[in-house]
Write a new protein. Sequence first.
Lengths: 778, 155
Amino acid sequence: MTLTTDEFVPTSGNDDDASQLLTDQEQQWVDKFMDETTLFLGPDPAIMRHHEIMPRTAYEEECIAQGIDPLEIDRIRKRLAGALDEAFEMCESMGAAPGAKWADLSCAVYTAEGDVTYLSNRGVIAFSAVLHHPIRYIMKNWKDEPTVGINEGDGFFHNDSRFGMVHNTDQSMLVPVIRGGIIIAWVGATIHEGENGACEPGGMPSGSETPFDDGLRASPIKIVEKGHLRRDLLTFLQHSTRDPKLMLADIKVKMGAVKRIMDTVDRLIDEVGQETFVASLRVTVEDVETEVRRRIGELPDGTVTFNQFVDSTLKENILIKFACKITIKGERMIVDLTGTGPEILNRAINSPLASTKSFMAQAILSYWWPDLPRSTGALSPIEVITEEHSWADAGYDAPVGQSLQASFRGFSALQTAFAKMQFSSPQKYSNVVAPWFNQINDFLWGGTTQNGEQVGNLCADLNGMGGGAKAFRDGEDAVAPLFCAMADIGEQEVMEEEVPFLQLVSKRLVRDNQGFGKFRGGMGYEMIVASRGTPSWGFMTVTSGSKFSSVPGMFGGYGCPVYPLAMVKNVNIYDIIQKDPTQFNLSMERVMNEQPFEGGDYQSAHMGLQFDVAKEGELYMIAQGAGGGYGDVLERDPELVVTDLELDRISAHTASTMYGVVWEPGTYVVHEDQTVALRAQMRRDRISRGTPYKEFVKNFVKEEPPADLLYFGSWGQDDDENLIATHWGGLEPERVKGKLEELPLIMVPDRRVLKISKLEARVRELEEKYGEVVDHKS
Amino acid sequence: MRVPMTEYLLIDLDTERWICRVCAHDFGDARGNYKEGTLVYDRDPREIHPPVIDPEKYEFTFSPDPTFCRILEFYCPTCGTQIEAEYLPPGHPPTVDMLWDIDSLREKWEVHGGNPEEVVNYGPGENAETDLSARFDSVSAHSHSHSHADTTEGH
């Protein structure tokens, strides 16, 4: 990364020799020299490592000094909210990206320094804690740069999350509000566009092994100049991805949406005056920060710890820790991720710090305090401690194509811990809820459509995450993704007009796919897809949680199960169904267990599937995830248990052995006395099989992870600064320990190389065993 | 004064002890780790999350891999309530998930002035209103004839 002038600290080699310090004039010369000779302006740590709101500018002070009328500020806020919601709907209605159609976007108004003042009510809240970075970059580097500059009618584009973005699939349009030559605010629209030219279609490559595999690396660039879209840059962007039509369409959609926000801003400024407008933006950001501090003060002082273990690099199964300790002291809150595993330099799961923080803001503004304006002020007062080059705070050289693997864990860390943080508080702003599902159980796809177009994107079904159980009712099935409360799972029939595959099974709940509890988590559904009528097509999946449950339960409830990818290759389901329509009775359970299609290659795998060529009619099957359960299963109302049983949501085995319910087969009438007796016995059984804590710890806890577990992160929580990692100096993994900066660079060998190596060894073993002499040439 | 801290745990500020909200079992010093007063069981996760596709045929089945994941179930030693279920790698130390500043907790409630067992609920909305007072009070008031393990049903 390039040294920027802000970071440059002149040294003489002798700190005590004051005569060697630079004079102001000399410093200016150095600054000028550095400015003129900087190789390139990469992500700026002075910007990227800070999520706090900026201090008031002199102009903001001046505006606020003219007086604040809270009612007028509220009126301005509501007008802006209306404009942002209108712009949001424009993007949703006109956007070409599947993500736009399902609400994966956001529109916002910012202060001149880039702090998000207000975000559209619908959409992705995480943008409120990340889009100040590119604006600060633009203000710092392009405002006074003669070859760029910031003028009325200009619009800036970026997608690279290392400059501040939720992840690289998102693309922005950031436009300054200028009065009298002064930038007084910004407005913007950001959409999850999907396709971005990465090594795999769809914009979220699980197969990325270097930052260059992540696709488009757009730092903030002026794509719109004085109202006109720059054709040269547009062409470059279109040329850099698989879907040039999408790029063109949605840049125009964002320009239109931003214009609509700008119209309202212009009218507001005309009505209330420039100073009042600026003051209202600033005061809103400050008010949110002040209110967050006050609400932290309402929580009990103490420390809540929640560790997560992620089981995949999306290429192979490992176990990497996402550690989190949240400490509250008065109005201070410290989120400490020390103990989190190191970045893996050739895997896609690493997240830039800003992206991880953005999902902390998502948890705060949608699950802690959803009544607050969506503002940079929400995360601003919370201190976040991370170690640079951990997988939650990846360095510049780490691929981040599937950064959601780490950043979504930032969400879950805060969302899950909050149930414990807020339980005893008399004043709550949201309900006590178990963990929300947190994985992208979905198909990404790409290839040539039936209309002859090159595309790459994803199904809307990632928006069907199961909700966590609330303390007083079951979680909702397939209700909403953690990042967007009112997202849609889309109409597959509409999609099928544009993409060459069918969802042969769609939205069928999978029995026992629940987080069990007194109240159970919302369930996920299965989907089975197969391509049809395309010369070239493929699917991929980008999910961890096939060996270790992605979310736990709360207060005795259980977490979600794990999720496999199931495939039947070497069949054409369309031919099969045409010959025998009764075979359309598809489910993952039946197809995989009965293996009804002759000649089919039945496979199960973890859910990190790199782009896989899908021949016509081959089956790909996954299930959406469930939310965590709440409370002890033996407290679940027996009537709720038999209702789930009757609806085939749970098995009889679960109803009896998990929930301890006795019922009359056929009528599903609960035998109350027998149920009470069975549950009492099950409680006694627990007491009988449980071991006193200290004795249990003595037997269960080991000094380090099992030898064959490819582990990354701290072990326990008493010594989070010391990490364990798995290092491949050669083909065999070795365990290394030490502080993060002491560990060797972590890279995982190609699993196919490892497999070939094992097979070659086996071949030689067999050759030796049977005395066959083979001349092996390298 | 007793403060509901989780669905099944409260802190008695007078005695500074973690108490089972169901049966009054004493889990230990409220300034420490309540888990130290529990019974723990190392559960094979396949028993909780049954396979949907045949484990004889496939490696990935909907059941967690017991070599990656264990479920530690924490029980109240008196009433058998499962107060926590923690998903951990085998051999990983159980997480000390909550440590509270009892002086601060007491101070906050003194300033508030209300009875925590009456004013704490599950959050906004009518459905979230609930009775989080100690269950053992009502149990002892209504019946002394059953063991704790028999009387937790139906609350």
